[in-house]
Design a binder for this molecule. Structure first.
Ligand code: UN1
Length: 513
């Protein structure tokens, strides 16, 4: 049995029913608007949070601006040391924070803990990076000249995160931003603010002990209005937004109009290709985790399965053996693999997509029901669905944030499957199962998958933090987390230095007077 009071007190959040305010000071402020958060697992109230007002927003931004002036002067490895300690704290609080993620968002505990592990991993990654913010050196065309480039802190990074990864997405952005010398204003999803409050709580002591100026890590709890403010605000040079393509287009447009930077992680419509050379044992495991894990609410969730006609029936049969037996229920309970959807709107979207795809000619093979009974009283527990469909259906072309898997047949060689895979507006994650080198290399070639992530013999979801994460087309083009994603959080400067006593001009120009 989950005792939320217990979890909150382990996290240092004393009152189970607090009225939390924005990130600078907890509680206390009497904002007009509040929002009550209910757990999707059992419908119980978790907390009531204050929504930020315009004045709160101003206060957060000006404090962050002030903090930046000091934070940017810290040597990066010193900032890395703070991040190292944050990683230690997260290790300490992994269990209760993972539980809270599970309770507030609805993903199973294993995935809640996995999400916190991603936070720990990105801390480690950022600590290492703090000594490796490298630029190139170049050879000048002029004698006694030297050229090199530097990366400098950028300023305020606005982070808009989604409910499905309520804490990890913040850490991918915030830990890189921190070592880069930036300050962060985080607007968590209004559906999952308490996990954000918990993170702020967890890192408080580290910040104080290290005398980090107030305003380096901020959260501001608000709705789309606050996100829009950040997008329009010239004091926020970078806005990193995760969520729907519709939201991302708005943010990208507003930031673009003021020539700011936006880093967009938007929708996916991720496919797995199964060729006749696929190891089906492995493939089925990957497909099921990808399609029903997190109840289909990852941006990397597997939504389309593109199957060669020679193995289509076998794959279908195998999936139909697994799906009806998936343990669905309280995500904090041992053995459960499928938790609830985030809310009733999500349930409605799930049902609506299934109805529309059937109108288009899709064949619902299994699932698609809303579970009833005491245990499922929230109306957010659904049975994961499999639908036989044509690639051209409108519904198949869209991202529905729910556990619906479309089975699509292909024939001929792997290029036909790749065309289907690429034939959607989204371009986040993709994968192929095959032990044939000609097929897998075609999939990874210039004319292969057009996604930001292309995997071989691995599913579409569950990317490691060490790689750059993101995708193309309607997915928004941004890259965060590993590899050299940090560069986007800094401003780049080319320096040319003359250590001679003459002033030769570049391009051999003569300009004597
Ligand atoms: C998301 O769903 O917003 O690759 C991110 C994955 C996770 C990230 C998902 N590491 O599934």
């Amino acid at each position: 049995k989950t005792d939320i009071t217990d979890i909150l007190s382990q996290l240092g959040i004393k009152d189970a029913n607090p009225a939390y305010s924005t990130g600078l000071t907890w509680g206390g402020e009497n904002n007009a608007e509040t929002r009550t958060i209910h757990s999707p697992t059992n419908g119980k109230r978790i907390a009531t949070v204050n929504m930020a007002s315009e004045a709160d927003y101003e206060q957060v931004i000006t404090t962050a601006q002030q903090a930046f002036l000091e934070w940017r002067t810290w040597p990066s490895p010193k900032r890395g040391e703070v991040v190292r300690q944050i990683g230690q704290k997260l290790r300490e609080y992994k269990e209760p924070l993972g539980k809270l993620v599970s309770y507030e968002m609805g993903k199973i505990l294993q995935e809640g803990l996995g999400e916190v592990q991603e936070m720990i991993d990105i801390c480690d990654f950022a600590v290492g990076l703090s000594r490796q913010l490298h630029g190139y050196t170049m050879h000048s065309e002029r004698p006694t000249h030297r050229m090199y480039e530097q990366y400098h802190p950028l300023g305020i990074v606005g982070v808009i995160s989604a409910f499905n990864f309520p804490v990890a997405v913040w850490s991918w952005n915030a830990m890189l931003a921190a070592i880069c010398g930036d300050v962060v204003v985080w607007k968590p999803s209004e559906k999952t603010p308490l996990t954000a409050v918990a993170c702020q709580q967890i890192i408080q002591d580290v910040l104080q002990e290290n005398q980090v100026p107030e305003g380096v890590f901020n959260i501001i709890i608000g709705d789309a209005e606050i996100g829009s403010k950040m997008a329009h605000d010239e004091r926020v040079p970078l806005v990193s937004a995760t969520g729907s393509t519709r939201m991302g287009k708005k943010v990208g447009e507003a930031v673009g109009r003021r020539l700011g930077r936006s880093l967009l992680e938007l929708g996916g419509n991720n496919a797995i290709i199964l060729t006749p050379n696929a190891d089906l044992e492995m493939a089925i495991r990957a497909v099921v985790f990808g399609a029903v894990g997190t109840c289909g609410q990852r941006c990397t969730s597997t939504r389309r399965l593109i199957i060669h006609d020679s193995i289509y029936d076998e794959v279908k049969e195998r999936l139909l053996k697994v799906y009806p037996n998936l343990p669905i229920g309280d995500p904090l309970k041992d053995g459960i693999l499928v938790g609830p959807l985030i809310d009733k709107d999500a349930t409605a979207a799930f049902l609506d997509a299934l109805e529309r795809v059937q109108q288009e000619g899709g064949n619902l093979l299994t699932g698609g029901e809303v579970l009833e009974g005491e245990e499922y009283a929230t109306g957010t527990y659904v049975t994961p669905a499999i639908v036989e469909a044509e690639h051209s259906y409108h519904t198949v072309q869209e991202e529905t944030f729910a556990p619906i898997l479309y089975l699509i047949k292909y024939s001929g060689d792997v290029n036909n499957a790749i065309d289907i895979q690429n034939g959607v507006r989204q371009g986040l994650s993709s994968s192929i199962f095959s032990s044939n080198l000609l097929e897998t290399e075609a999939f990874l070639s210039h004319w292969g998958s057009d996604c930001g992530i292309a995997n071989v013999n691995i599913g579409t979801s569950g990317a490691e933090i060490g790689g750059a994460f993101g995708g193309e087309k309607d997915t928004g083009g941004g890259r965060e987390s590993g590899s050299d994603a940090w560069r986007f959080y800094m401003r780049r400067q080319t320096n040319t230095i003359n250590f001679g006593r003459e002033l030769p001009l570049a391009q051999g120009i003569k300009f004597d007077f």
